[in-house]
Design a protein around this ligand. Structure first.
Ligand code: OSB
Ligand code: MG
Length: 373
């Protein structure tokens, strides 16, 4: 199959979130993001959701830097290119250092273009396994009080989610876990620090060891591997790296020095779906389980995450939870739903497998740029 990209569209969207999501690096009440679309002359198209935020508080990229890098560097590389495989973006983009979120938005659009044109579900194009469902977990932001957090956990556990992640930050950490554990001794529980600690906090971090957590996610600096390698042997709780794993090379380095025992893969953070596959394979080969993270995506990015999780090695429940938790009205129909056993149905239809509701996409669009051959 040969697909020549003749037009690229980049939209800036804003959607209200149903809740305020607070982490150690800040809080958001709306989802502000970019959607990249690629088109062929025949009218086929593919879409990719970018995970960048307005601010560089999670990782360095922002919606502004992504728009710049796509416009000035990435779009010109694929406009007019005839793809025989979605993996060709890898070589096309190889000269551009970093900017994984910008690359991923286009790369995922190309994968979606191939899946749609082949009239097969994205998971099949990706090489995922035929499976009916994937396990779902949920990520709970910092709440205004411990009782509010305990109530939030109660609601999500009752909804069926197979594991609960709570956000922590210095001063709001071990006490939160103690309170949740006391109320829910059996649930699969983990914490995410989003880089808020340093090696000087090892005593606090050791405080989690008595609570049988599945893992602690990204305790130390966003770009660190070596100090995580020093920290892991001092903890019983497995470390999972998120921010630090932006490439397969980073995953190899982290695993080889024992900086983590689990890896969170976000396609948007690692440059796309091909790199996600590579990191999954590298991790599996070294006995490291992976799971799929989330960035409060709209249904478009959320469905891509569902398809990704059909790959082998995604054995742990991820952060893909139901559309309705986030949005009054998602951009897809039906929305992503989670059943009482905490499972998400893997779509069987072509492409993403659910309809994109373009009237809603248009309504949420603030700005649009188009480049054509
Ligand atoms: O660290 O996993 C994270 C959201 C925004 C930025 C970083 C993270 C998160 C989440 C939310 O934890 C996961 C989700 O519900 O999509
Ligand atoms: Mg995280």
């Amino acid at each position: 199959m040969k697909l020549r990209v003749v037009r690229i569209e980049l939209r800036r969207l804003k959607m209200p979130l149903r809740f305020r999501f607070e982490t150690s690096f800040g809080a958001v009440s709306e989802k502000s993001f970019l959607l990249a679309q690629v088109f062929t002359h025949e009218g086929a198209s593919g879409i990719g959701e970018c995970v960048a935020e307005d601010d560089p508080y999670y990782l360095p990229e922002t919606n502004g830097t992504v728009a710049h890098v796509i416009k000035d560097f990435l779009a010109p590389l694929i406009l007019g290119h005839t793809f025989e495989s979605p993996e060709e973006t890898d070589a096309l983009f190889s000269g551009i250092r970093g900017h994984e979120m910008a690359k991923a938005a286009l790369e995922m659009a190309i994968w979606h273009l191939f899946a749609s044109t082949k009239a097969e579900p994205l998971w099949r194009t990706l090489g995922g396994a035929e499976r009916a469902t994937i396990p779902a977990g949920v990520s709970i932001g910092l709440q205004e009080s411990i009782p509010a957090l305990v109530e939030r956990v109660r609601v999500e556990a009752a909804a069926g989610y197979q594991r609960i992640k709570i956000k922590i930050k210095p001063g709001r950490d071990v006490e939160l876990v103690r309170a949740v554990r006391k109320e829910f001794p059996k649930i699969r529980l983990m914490v995410d620090a989003n880089s808020a600690y340093s090696l000087a906090d090892v005593e606090t971090l050791r405080g989690f060891d008595e609570f049988d957590l599945m893992m602690i996610e990204q305790p130390l600096a966003w770009n660190d591997i070596v100090e995580h390698g020093k920290l892991q042997p001092m903890l019983k709780t497995p470390i999972c790296l998120d921010e630090s794993i932006t490439s397969e090379g980073a995953a190899r380095s982290a695993i080889s020095i024992g900086a983590c025992r689990i890896i969170n893969i976000k396609a948007g953070r690692v440059g796309g779906l091909l790199n996600s596959k590579r990191i999954q394979a590298t991790s599996a080969g070294r006995g490291i389980p992976v799971w799929c993270g989330g960035m409060l995506e709209s249904g478009i990015g959320r469905l891509a995450n569902v398809h990704l999780q059909t790959l082998p090695g995604f054995t742990l429940p991820g952060d893909t939870s139901a559309s309705a938790r986030y949005f009054q009205e998602d951009l897809i129909e039906p929305g992503v739903t989670v059943d009482a056993k905490g499972q998400i149905q893997v779509p069987l239809g072509p492409g993403l497998g659910h309809e994109i509701v373009w009237s809603r996409v248009d309504r949420a669009t603030l700005h649009r740029e188009v480049w054509a051959t």
